[in-house]
Design a protein around this ligand. Sequence first.
Ligand SMILES: [Fe+2]
Ligand SMILES: [Fe+2]
Length: 510
Amino acid sequence: MAAPDGKALFPNEGDHLTLPSPTVTKERSTPGERKITPKPKPYLQEQGKSLINQLSISIRIAQIYDRENSVFLKQMENLFNLVSSLLEKEQVLNINSKQGYLFVNEARLKFSLDGYVASKFIMETFRKFGFESLLIDTPVSQQEIDEFIFILAQANAEGEDPFERLQNKLLSSNLQHIRIEKFASDWEMGDDSSPENQKKQAKRRFFKTISVAQEMVESVKTGRSINTTKSKRAIQFLIDQLIKNETNLMSLTAIKNFDEYTFAHSVNVCILSVSLGARLGLSKGKLSELGFAALFHDIGKVRLPLNILNKPGELNEEEWMEVRKHPVFGVKTLLSKRSIDRFSTRAMVVSFEHHLKPDLSGYPPLSFKKGINMCSRIVTIADVYDSMTSGRVYTKTPMIPDEALRKMLQEEGKAYDPVLLKVFINMLGIYPVGSVVILDTGEVGVVMKANPVELSRPEVAIIADSTGKKEKIDTVDLTKTDEATGKYTRAILKTIDPRQYDLDIARYIY
Ligand SMILES: [Fe+2]
Ligand SMILES: [Fe+2]
């Protein structure tokens, strides 16, 4: 059997397996771009402006009336309804005031004359208290909205450090789903007009998410509560980035030689899971939950002894017994969060199930039969793939990407959901990004971008010509044909292990 372009799935190994046709139609636009159904958000512009207006009215009313007054209560109800309807679509609301503009999430609001006064008032409020970002997270309550507006309206911006004083008041009021931040983070509004800038933005978001993952782990270790607003926001940015340009983020997951690989692993699993979820047509809300759960899938490992986690050699049986506790530790850690919402419940399920196989073998051992949640089945595949190709988590020697996929296919059905696995392979291509390949021209290349239509013809950066010269020469599309003969100019002969040739693929991906 053959892949869609007539080649055996793993031609260099003579394997005979068939891939399903892609489940989601990919738009192939300009070379270098691959998209997952971009969704414009006109509602953000309209509802964003209403939000600014309602915020402005609410603060002014709260400056005049007391908290029990019916005018205040009625206005708070209006504001809460608007916030809730936006949160249903966006999960986290990030209102920024920056360089004379207001933004709601990534939409820059354009005010006409009638909205001008409200926008100026809100910008002035942000300015005088010295914050650039107001974050509202799901599931914010009516009570929290009332409390926040009341505190903000009554706060005094005169004197030293008004930000600090306001921040302290908000923190002591136990507002779990509303926070202010001094600076709007620079990962939101970069210039992404050129492919080069898009690449930079993807990189910045990738590393920022790694630092969020690192921060979460530190919080758990030191007994502080997990700041899930930050992680939800990070995931939202990753999803937006994946919608804009999937290739850039996906290629970053191919780099495994980070010092702090543990955190990069969580982010890689998050990116791979969300990309797979997007191909299954999950809504943005569901993708956020999936991404969140993926980011936290191994959170239980913070409770494992360091000597086991960092052991350079193979683990003995006793140490394995400890490692097998991390899914349950994960649930316990997430349960200790101050508030439980649908994100944390989803994350608990995924933490518990991500090492369970479809036949319920794996761990933790179960004394009852149950189906495995789809998010867990997705995360399992992304987790195993990233672990195998990194050689850091469960095996000490990294596998090359196509070898890892082949191994996973061999266990298909027993260890993984077979349909999800096929969609996953279809997504990565039979030569995943970061694979090092030998071409029939004698050249050596690094796969930069999968081709969802012709799986064996990805885009490849040529890093050595047939004489063995090691230089990045050009990126070529293997679907290119010779004008005169109509034949393909290049084809992949086989994949090689970059370590054997002392190649650092990160150099080509950055
Ligand atoms: Fe795990
Ligand atoms: Fe993992």
